[in-house]
Design a protein. Structure first.
Length: 167
């Protein structure tokens, strides 16, 4: 089971989806990519935009806006793909997630983070580790391991790397 506790001081990658600023623990972030061509996979869930090639490995890409009940991400100069590690059903899974923009890596002290409120939240509270406060702004700290289920990410099962002669 993944450790979902928040340490005394942690580093988070902040990014925007819609009007909200979200954060992921940097230990779960592999890299941030500029938007590249995403190959659509037939019969995949609507929020599953397709797959990309990351150094010879096939990585599924999800649209966080669609997953969170918003409109589809519109590609812009600021759109990024956050490649991250998820821990699902006892296994590590790599996925990419579309974000409207990626901001910075910041440190948040435990005193700057509160548990998510039980009512009045636009987002499902089981997806949220806490609400951070930084420079007068609220930052929703995601528990990314809980945002997706293994059934939703069947496409994300480990795939053999693409051989250079297949490219």
């Amino acid at each position: 089971m993944a450790d979902t506790s928040i340490n005394k001081i942690s580093q988070y990658l902040t990014f925007r989806v819609g009007d909200e600023v979200f954060a992921l623990d940097v230990s779960q972030v592999r890299e941030v990519l500029d938007l590249i061509t995403i190959t659509k996979v037939p019969r995949s869930p609507e929020f599953m935009r397709g797959v990309i090639n990351v150094r010879g490995s096939i990585v599924p890409v999800v649209d966080l806006r669609l997953k969170f009940g918003l409109s589809k991400t519109e590609n812009s100069m600021d759109t990024r793909i956050i490649v991250m590690d998820l821990f699902l059903d006892g296994e590590n899974t790599i996925i990419g997630a579309l974000a409207d923009s990626v901001h910075e890596v910041m440190e948040l002290d435990l005193s700057q983070i509160e548990p998510p409120p039980k009512i009045g939240m636009r987002w499902r509270t089981e997806f949220i580790r806490g609400i951070g406060k930084h420079d007068g702004q609220f930052i929703i700290i995601l528990d990314i391991d809980r945002v997706f289920t293994s059934e939703e990410l069947v496409i994300a099962e480990p795939v053999e790397p693409i051989k250079s002669e297949e490219l």
